[in-house]
Design a protein around this ligand. Structure first.
Ligand code: IMP
Length: 199
């Protein structure tokens, strides 16, 4: 990495910013909104392509290094849906409740209710960086019909974490962070950045 530790975060989500800044302590993360940068449209069909296009846009607009993430729920019995369309699975305006209702209806009677959350994180040194750092991590569980728990967001109330016997929405934030796709990916990226800064 260069000696300029400023890195623009290609997200407007304050929760993600706090979580990622805590895990990537060595870099000075700046949310793209603070630089007047609007988010790129997520037009790709894979998490990695979406994360790359968001990071590239933020790097180009800011002239800084950039980090972007893309995440979602992947359900094999639904051909991978909701996948990269997780936020807007049931259309606009986006709603967790309506997305969850659509998911539960789609899985009614399905013998396989397994699912995983996926998170890809991308770090670009510049918009033209030919060698981005990319990490992807998954968190496996089962989609349950009845929602449980009031923490988290999105599909958490229907995502059963079998090792804990509860849904993701029943976990406190620190426990979710220790287990989740995003927590795992952030720690992996932090390690990679530390390795690169020593080489
Ligand atoms: P994004 O990466 O913030 O765009 O997230 C995409 C969508 O995936 C979210 O709006 C949620 O619907 C879903 N999602 C991603 N991560 C999680 C999670 O940790 N819990 C529940 N839903 C999630």
């Amino acid at each position: 990495m260069s000696t300029d530790r400023r890195v623009v975060l290609a997200s407007d989500n304050p929760g993600k910013f706090r979580e990622m800044q805590a895990l990537l302590g060595d870099v000075n993360l700046i949310p793209q909104g603070e630089l007047g940068i609007e988010g790129a449209e997520e037009t790709a069909v894979t998490f990695v392509e979406n994360a790359l296009l968001k990071a590239r846009h933020a790097a180009r607009e800011s002239g800084l290094a950039a980090i972007a993430d893309d995440s979602g729920l992947v359900v094999p019995a639904l051909g991978g849906a909701p996948g990269v369309w997780s936020a807007r699975y049931a259309g606009e305006p986006k709603s967790d409740a309506v997305n969850n209702a659509k998911l539960i209806a789609a899985l009614r009677g399905a013998p396989d209710r397994s699912a995983h959350f996926h998170c890809t994180l991308v770090f670009l040194r510049s918009a033209e960086d030919p060698d981005p750092l990319i990490v992807s991590r998954a968190w496996y569980g089962v989609v349950v019909e009845q929602p449980r728990g009031g923490n988290g967001f999105g599909y958490d109330p229907h995502f059963l974490v079998e090792s804990r016997g509860c849904t993701a929405a029943e976990l406190d934030a620190a426990t979710k962070n220790a287990l989740s796709h995003r927590g795992q990916a952030c720690r992996a990226l932090a390690e990679l950045l530390a390795e690169k800064s020593q080489s």
